[in-house]
Design a protein around this ligand. Structure first.
Ligand code: NZQ
Ligand code: ZN
Length: 380
């Protein structure tokens, strides 16, 4: 087991009705709020109106930037930062899924500075100041609500990249499972797949920590138990709550404590599909994971077999484990090949080229560029 230092500073407010505490919580950070949201879901559900009422009742002045898209874009981050800077906001409030929360994190870092937001991703500048971020989560998937990561696409330089700073942990995150009742079946499934994939990335990381293995399998099993029934009962509060809690735990740091790192090669590969073809994040992972395990079967056969056996409750070898996990993704109605999605004319060459630009690699299992075509062929 490795040494580790651990601090997760995000306060989580979990459960029915927690939003009634939103206004007083924002009051702790000032008076002027930049409310950041997605394309339309919070307006359709009525959440937008409720949030505005809570904020107005607490005497807060609200400025807005909406229209953040799934697989968010750097130009929206820049435009939102201009709104925040012009209006001298004290904090950024994200209301939405991971794309909105991630964007809000970068907006909060960008408002106080005069250089482009992308400089953080390009590694030109290390963030050293940032406005407080508060999140109201509406989709269970990424864990962004309790971690420091933000993933944003820049089509001009052909990268979907991540930035991470201790300044980017949300100060408070409000997790009311009722807010996820309107998430459609496909994105509910992608969220379940994403949280399982976060556990798998930790599983295949460097270093050995038996406690971590047990936590990882525990979270995956919770998702396997609550996920499939949720997909046929989308209005079930208890199942929504179980998935929401599991998703937060899957990427808030605990699964990687005592290890050197996670792997994250599958995420890096999946980001290429999102960048080129706007593939939803969770779907990109169910497409890449079986192929990645087939590619690394010789090096990671024991870990693959142990994972599949743990998930299925049966003794499986590596081949059987990969087939079993692939079938499980299919049972969630998630794609396991690129052709399962309606992507017009995907190109192996374009994917490989983008992987080269993105220097796609794992932190434990080395995904050398000569393996890129093989990986793509395995999931094409
Ligand atoms: O834009 P709106 O209209 O809000 O619609 C969204 C979007 O179309 C919709 N939605 C969200 N909440 C809803 C809802 N629809 C109905 N009812 C609700 N309550 O769902 C769609 C997907 O939303 P999005 O935020 O894109 O999904 P998700 O939460 O899966 O976030 C994906 C993004 O997070 C990044 C991914 O790469 C991707 O860009 N990730 C962030 C991570 C992190 N910060 O730690 C880690 C992850 O591995 C991931 O990379
Ligand atoms: Zn993910």
């Amino acid at each position: 087991m490795e040494n580790f230092t651990s601090c997760n500073p995000t306060t989580i407010h979990f459960g029915k009705g927690v939003l009634s505490n939103l206004g007083p919580t924002l009051n702790l950070f000032g008076n002027r709020v930049l409310l950041v949201s997605g394309q339309s879901s919070i307006k359709r559900s009525g959440l937008h109106g409720r949030i505005l009422k809570y904020l107005n009742d607490s005497g807060l002045t609200v400025f807005e930037y909406d229209g953040i898209c799934s697989n968010p874009l750097i130009e929206d981050v820049e435009a939102a930062a201009v709104v925040g800077r012009k209006n001298q906001v004290d904090m950024v409030l994200a209301v939405g899924g991971g794309s909105v929360v991630d964007s809000a994190k970068v907006i909060a870092l960008t408002i106080p500075v005069s250089h482009p937001a992308w400089d953080f991703f390009a590694g030109k500048v290390t963030p050293n100041q940032g406005l407080p971020i508060i999140a109201v989560l509406t989709l269970a998937a990424t864990g962004s609500e309790m971690n420091p990561y933000a993933v944003v696409s820049n089509r001009e330089v052909k990268l979907k990249a991540a930035v991470s700073s201790p300044l980017s942990y949300p100060k408070h995150s409000f997790l009311d499972p009722e807010l996820t009742l309107t998430v459609p079946q496909d994105y509910t499934a992608y969220g379940i797949a994403d949280l399982i994939a976060h556990c798998m990335e930790a599983w295949f990381g460097a270093g050995d920590c038996p406690m971590s293995d047990k936590l990882i399998l525990g979270i995956i099993k919770e998702a396997m138990e609550a996920g499939p029934p949720l997909l046929t009962d989308l209005q079930n509060y208890d199942l929504r709550a179980r998935i929401m809690y599991a998703a937060t735990l899957a990427l808030n740091g605990i699964t990687m404590q005592g290890k050197v790192s996670g792997d994250w090669g599958v995420h890096a590969s999946g980001h290429i599909l999102s960048l080129l073809y706007d593939v939803p994040h969770g779907a990109s992972l169910t497409i890449v994971y079986p192929a990645w395990m087939r590619l690394f079967k010789d090096q990671a056969g024991d870990r693959i077999a142990k994972l599949g056996s743990g998930m299925s409750g049966k003794m499986l070898d590596a081949d059987q484990a990969i087939d079993w996990i692939e079938d499980f993704f299919l049972s969630l109605d998630c794609p396991v090949k690129l052709r399962d999605l309606n992507v017009p004319n995907p190109s192996v060459d374009d994917i490989v080229e983008a992987m080269k630009i993105g220097k796609v690699n794992g932190m434990n299992m080395e995904l050398a560029p000569e393996y890129y075509p093989k990986l793509v062929e395995l999931y094409y």
